[in-house]
Design a protein around this ligand. Structure first.
Ligand code: ATP
Length: 356
């Protein structure tokens, strides 16, 4: 597979602030990559460095095999789609689309033809004569994408393109962007702070924190085997439960500390007796049983039912969140047994957060 974008040992300093720390990243041609992480982790800085809008401090950055350090944005042959759309308000949709071609010297008739072709792909044909103020948020987003597509760039760079849209339109547009990516066989790099967007849209997810890449891989690989507590807590909704625990004298049991509730779980390996562990359990991997019938009993604090799914929060410290599919008859104040199977546990070192 051809590598389209390659970063080796990339660092970015803003004065004394170290925003990107030794980033290594290879993006294969045609891949949809999501850069995800909490606010300030450096994902936009990384994207803007690819676009040439930020100058990297050290390291190598290649696009299509060519060294890009020092190459200005317009010579990089990448197209950026922003959350603000950055459309020209005084130009029609068609003029917004043809503008970048016209300034490159493409003849008017040819530019109009290209605009019509792209508009047909993105469902804008009937809106070519409108001004941005006459469009909905989703339509503006489509114009912004069309303007990127018309240039046939080597890569599309998306900077949180859906964050200005309401929830329903966001869900719709993420499917549309992904479908467009598949049709164009483009290389796409997509920045978002929304892990669901990253998980549902991308082939490859890069989780960042504090300027470093914590983990990268296929979405479900990150979900199934997070390398540390941070990634475990970041990927998945509702978030993974984390419970402090200590390894028992036999090395095969974990004594959970849930405040007044004490639970014992058996693990499928031998650990050092007395070692402190953080046990991670995804809410959907915990089942509800009659009191006395599960691994241990907990009092129920809150039951939130969405219809198909019920989220049950136990009155423990830390809170334990359980997901039950189907209609739940559990009520606040009930004592219920929780069923936890040992093969669904994620164990992290208490001090370092690294997967055990
Ligand atoms: P968000 O989701 O909030 O946009 P992000 O992960 O995209 O966050 P960046 O915009 O890449 O984060 O910023 C990374 C860090 O670099 C932040 O701590 C930010 O304050 C800092 N930073 C960004 N631009 C500059 C700048 N021009 N000068 C100084 N610090 C900056």
């Amino acid at each position: 597979m051809t590598i389209q974008i390659e970063l080796r040992g990339v660092n970015k300093h803003y004065g004394s602030f170290h925003a990107l720390k030794d980033i290594d990243l290879s993006i294969a041609e045609g891949t949809f990559v999501a850069l995800v992480g909490p606010s300030g982790c450096g994902k936009s800085t990384l994207l803007r460095s690819l676009a040439g809008l930020e100058k990297i401090s050290t390291g190598d950055l290649k696009i299509a095999g060519q060294q890009m350090n020092g190459v200005p944005p317009r010579k990089r042959d990448v197209a950026m789609v922003f959350q603000s759309y950055a459309l020209y308000p005084h130009m029609t949709v068609e003029e917004n689309l043809t503008y970048s071609l016209r300034i490159r010297g493409v003849a008017k008739a040819q530019a109009k033809k290209a605009a019509a072709e792209v508009a047909a792909t993105t469902g804008l044909s009937h809106l070519l004569g409108r001004y941005p103020r006459e469009l909905s948020g989703g339509q503006r987003q489509r114009v912004a994408m069309s303007r990127a597509i018309i240039r046939h760039p080597k890569a599309f760079l998306f900077d949180e393109p859906l964050s200005n849209l309401d929830a329903a339109l966001r869900v719709h547009m993420r499917k549309e962007i992904r479908a467009l990516h598949d049709r164009l066989h483009a290389t796409s790099v997509y920045v978002t702070h929304d892990q669901i967007e990253a998980m549902t849209m991308a082939d490859h997810v890069v989780v960042m924190r504090d300027g470093i890449i914590e983990q990268q891989g296929k979405p479900l690989d990150l979900y199934d085997a997070p390398v540390n507590k941070f990634v475990a807590g970041f990927i998945g909704s509702p978030a993974m439960n984390f419970i402090p625990a200590m390894v028992g004298d036999d090395g095969k049991t974990l004594a959970l500390d849930l405040g007044t509730v004490r639970g014992i779980l058996t693990v499928d390996r031998t650990l050092q007796p007395g070692r402190k562990i953080t046990v991670g359990i995804r809410p959907e991997h915990i089942g509800i049983a009659e009191a006395g019938q599960g691994s241990f009993d907990v009092p129920v604090a809150v039951v939130e039912s969405t219809g198909f799914t019920a989220f049950i929060t136990a009155a423990t410290t830390p809170e334990l969140i359980v997901v039950e599919t189907g209609r739940s008859t559990v009520r606040p104040g009930d004592m219920v047994g929780v069923r936890i199977s040992s093969d669904q546990l994620h164990l992290f070192d208490d001090a370092t957060g690294v997967r055990v």
